[in-house]
Design a protein around this ligand. Structure first.
Ligand code: UDP
Length: 403
């Protein structure tokens, strides 16, 4: 793991000095994070990188993962879909399963943090354990237009927290508690994002039978309907009519996402026999994901809903031209026609991809702007700072905090 000073060449000395100064205010305190998966998806990705850095800065930090069976994760996936606005029918059995697993975790998860950050809905009921420490509900998902019933059910728990954190302004809710806006981040020194030698990129492409003499369009995402993999195939097919190109759809599963297998089957079926479509299963292979992103000509993220879209951050940091849906946290990253192109439909996505493939200079400029936008706003150093400031602000019951 890199040391905090290794970030100086990337973000500058002042940013790191600032972090050390803020961390001094929290010496001896314990920060605790709880989520529902140790692997897969954006939350685990970020926590993995943040913990060692917090500890190096002198803030004791621990990370616990709640336990749940397959049925529990089926129910929480339904929650996830309903919070994203999808019509979902819940049975009394679903709710009982959610509460029952919550009760078991109350016994299993040890809570010791001076500040406890609970990530997403799965562990929300742990708040039953609150004492005189501070509790924060950290919501990573797009709840701009949730199913009202399920949000009401969760809100009863959320209201018992001291504060909530959302990734984009449109996700905040009408609640009496304090709410913070904190965007996620990426680690520029992780295997997923560090610079790679050209030969390594070539060898990964070769390994998967991807050729260099045709443009490569790539979407990296879990096989999830909300990532719209079928829309990606459709957009690719429209581009393919004009420009001979290849598509990479790469994704693995997260342990808390049971729908993946079914979606993958649908995608394979729809892809048919086109040899320029590469459907890759790459669970937890960060170097290969990095290489695929770097080897691509256009990165696509055609989500229907998106909490933030770390894949967009990762692509922009690699100075790649990005075409992404104007949903959730994506427009915070892709400023249309400045750091990428936003789309609202399959046709829009296909049009934008063609624009990039036909104008390499324009595509290059968008990528370069994107990289600077990420450097200034979405790297892990900014994220560490924000969490520390929330922690400090919760120690003092001030109403206004300037982050
Ligand atoms: N990811 C990965 N392998 C995959 C699919 C995704 O490593 O097969 C990573 C991806 O690079 C990103 C994260 O998982 O870092 C996904 O985060 P994002 O915010 O894009 O979506 P989420 O899965 O959290 O909805």
């Amino acid at each position: 793991m890199p040391k905090i000073d290794e970030y100086i060449p990337i973000v500058g000395q002042a940013v790191i000095d600032d972090l050390k100064l803020i961390a001094d205010r929290l010496k001896g305190k314990l920060m605790q994070h709880v989520n529902s998966t140790a692997m897969g998806g954006g939350v685990a990705e970020i926590l993995n990188r943040m913990l060692p850095l917090f500890n190096e800065l002198g803030i004791n930090t621990r990370w616990d993962v709640i336990k749940g069976g397959a049925q529990f994760f089926e129910v929480t996936k339904k929650f996830h879909n309903a919070l994203h606005g999808k019509r979902v029918d819940f049975t009394q059995g679903d709710m009982d399963m959610f509460l029952e697993t919550g009760r078991k975790n109350l016994e299993e998860v040890e809570i010791r943090g001076d500040a406890v950050f609970i990530h997403d809905p799965q562990p929300v009921t742990l708040v039953e354990k609150r004492g005189d420490n501070k509790w924060v509900w950290r919501c990573h998902i797009d709840i701009s237009s949730p199913d009202r019933d399920i949000w009401k059910f969760l809100k009863d728990f959320v209201l018992r927290y001291d504060a909530a954190i959302f990734s984009a302004p449109s996700f905040s809710q009408n609640m009496s508690m304090r709410q913070f806006l904190i965007s996620p981040s990426i680690d520029p020194l992780s295997d997923k994002n560090k610079e790679l030698p050209a030969e390594l990129i070539d060898s990964v492409l070769e390994k998967y039978g991807i050729v260099r003499n045709k443009p490569i369009i790539t979407q990296i995402s879990r096989f999830d309907r909300l990532k719209d993999p079928l829309g990606v195939l459709e957009a690719y097919k429209q581009v393919k009519k004009r420009i001979d190109c290849q598509l990479i759809l790469a994704g693995g599963g997260a342990t808390d996402d049971p729908e993946g297998v079914q979606v993958l089957e649908e995608v394979k079926e729809r892809a048919g026999k086109d040899e320029d479509i590469h459907i890759l299963l790459l669970p937890q292979n960060d170097i290969e994901i990095n290489a695929l992103q770097r080897g691509s000509d256009v990165i696509l993220q055609k989500s229907l809903r998106e909490g933030f879209g770390l894949t967009v951050t990762e692509a922009l940091w690699k100075a790649k031209p990005v075409v992404a849906s104007c949903v959730g946290g994506i427009p915070l990253q892709v400023k249309n026609k400045f750091s990428g192109l936003l789309c609202h439909s399959v046709e829009g996505a296909a049009f934008a991809i063609k624009q990039f493939l036909n104008s390499p200079q324009y595509a290059k400029k968008m990528g370069e702007n994107g990289r600077e936008h990420i450097r200034n706003n979405f790297l892990i150093t900014r994220h560490l700072r924000d969490y520390m400031l929330v922690f400090i602000s919760l120690q003092h019951n001030e109403d206004i905090v300037y982050l």
